[in-house]
Design a protein around this ligand. Structure first.
Ligand code: IMP
Ligand code: MG
Length: 183
């Protein structure tokens, strides 16, 4: 366990099972169709890679990047696209893939925005969900795991740009939050 980790909340093994469960459900729900997975950068990159490999129907991959105005661990509610999709999604079956849902503002906004581009269908998928922190109503078709209201890192999730590479989902110690980028 890395020195800045206080506690492992979700192990790599549990995450693997979660991806397999979601992949099976998606493969059944989209049988005979092709899906376009849209990963929300940067946090979703790890989950996207694992999930895609658990899906047995044909898959296309695209990414977009959004930033919500605000600082630290709170969002302001305004979502701005900083990298748009490469491909046209009209007549495609789209699944937006997120790392974690907190207020719900990002996914609510993305569903509305992508919905205007004439996809055949649109669904939302997140690895982790913190329902206690929801500020807006958003239906999420595929939720890997619900977790308690705690700030977590690892498996793509960051604190101040760091810790995305940790293989498990972890709670970091308060001293790790104060650590500077000296390395
Ligand atoms: P929402 O728009 O408030 O639902 O924000 C979701 C985004 O906030 C996620 O994509 C993450 O980038 C970030 N986020 C929310 N909770 C956490 C956390 O516990 N650790 C790391 N990032 C988080
Ligand atoms: Mg994110």
């Amino acid at each position: 366990m890395a020195k800045y980790v206080k506690e492992i909340m979700i192990s790599r093994e549990e995450i693997d099972q979660m991806c397999r469960r979601l992949g099976e459900r998606i493969s059944q729900d989209y049988e005979g169709k092709e899906v376009t997975l849209i990963g929300v950068l940067k946090g979703a990159y790890t989950f996207m890679a694992d999930l895609a490999r658990c899906i047995t129907v044909p898959v296309r991959i695209d990414f977009m990047s959004v930033s919500s105005y605000g600082s630290g661990t709170r969002t302001s509610g305004i979502v701005r696209i900083t990298k748009d999709l490469d491909a046209d999604i009209s007549h495609k079956h789209v699944i937006v893939v997120e790392d974690i849902v907190d207020s719900g503002l990002t996914l609510k906004h993305l569903r509305q925005l992508l919905g205007t581009r004439n996809p055949a269908s649109i669904a939302l998928c997140t690895a982790f969900d913190k329902p206690a922190r929801r500020r807006v109503d958003v239906d999420i078709e595929y939720v890997g795991m619900q977790i308690s209201d705690e700030f977590v890192v690892g498996y793509g999730l960051d604190y101040d740009g760091k810790y995305r590479n940790l293989p498990d989902v972890c709670i970091i110690g308060d001293d790790s939050k104060e650590e500077t980028n000296e390395a």
